[in-house]
Write a protein that binds this ligand. Structure first.
Ligand code: PMM
Length: 280
């Protein structure tokens, strides 16, 4: 028997012998689907506890919106938003910090975060060193451009191979700087510098990312392409559409799904996983 795969985090390991659910907790005034709801620390903690009760394995705390066109925030503002939440949650669950800033990642790990989720895949010159020194689990995500520019007519010759090659290069760079291979998860960055059709192709050909050997995280939750497909304009009404992508991603081998509504995606992930393995 081969050992079940593990994701090595800062102070513990997570088993990847079933898909993991990462619940989204945006402590921001302007995220696209839940901006403004959980800026207050108590409201954020109450929401995190609801996500945990629904089956979240990880809570992903973010203090900077990366929706298309969002304005960057400064380090102090981001820290003020996320640190009290990270500190309070670290005793209760596995906390991931969603940030592009090395300084925020460093402080969040010191406050108890186990995972650094970087949508810029280590673009901050100090980020890979923070990842290596902290021994945190890391998510390296592909984004074309920046949140300010990424949706201005993104083009690829072959989106899947370009995204895959970029992620494998960044993972190799992270390993060269001292990040353990078993700490790394890759993410194609659904909606980050991609058209709806690019997102569909990445999901359709997910197996090509899974074949890299790195566990793959997929974040489709409530994103605009789901609105285009279903005609649902309000992002908060896109959780069933999200659950459909969760099922497909899990069936194709995704290791982690990042979602706002954990309950619907947990059910979808469990059923897809049971069918994929033919085991209840
Ligand atoms: N999407 C958002 C933010 N952070 N992180 C990862 N790793 N993957 C994603 O797809 C992703 C992310 C989009 O913003 P939201 O927090 O409002 O969903």
């Amino acid at each position: 028997m081969t050992e079940p795969p593990l994701w090595q985090l800062r102070s513990r390991k997570l088993s990847l012998d079933r898909p993991l659910l990462m619940g989204v907790l945006n402590v921001t005034p302007d995220s696209f689907s839940d901006g403004g709801l959980f800026v207050d620390t108590d409201a954020a903690l109450a929401h995190a506890r609801r996500l945990i009760a629904a089956g979240a394995d990880i809570i992903d705390v973010g203090g900077e919106s990366t929706r298309p066109g969002a304005r960057p925030v400064d380090t102090d503002t981001e820290l003020r938003r996320v640190l009290p939440v990270v500190e309070a949650l670290a005793d209760e669950t596995v906390v991931s910090i969603d940030t592009r800033k090395a300084a925020v990642a460093r402080a969040a790990v010191a406050a108890g975060a186990e995972i650094i989720n970087d949508v810029a895949a280590g673009a901050d010159p100090e980020m890979l060193d923070v990842m290596a020194e902290s021994s945190a689990g890391v998510v390296l995500m592909h984004m074309k451009g920046t949140p300010q520019t990424m949706q201005n007519d993104p083009r690829y010759d072959d989106v899947v191979s370009e995204v895959r090659d970029f992620l494998v290069r960044r993972a190799a760079e992270a390993e060269a700087r001292g990040v353990a291979a078993r700490s790394i998860v890759i993410d194609p960055g659904i909606g980050f510098g991609k058209t709806g059709e690019h997102n569909l192709e990445l999901l359709h050909r997910l197996g090509e990312l899974v074949a890299t050997g790195y566990p793959v995280l997929i974040g489709t939750s409530r994103k605009a392409f789901l609105g285009r497909i279903t005609g649902i304009e309000d992002p908060r009404r896109r959780d069933i559409a999200t659950a459909a992508t969760t099922a497909l991603a899990v069936a194709a081998g995704a290791a982690v799904v990042r979602v706002h509504d954990v309950e619907t995606s947990r059910q979808a992930a469990q059923v897809a996983w049971a069918v994929a393995r033919m085991r209840i």
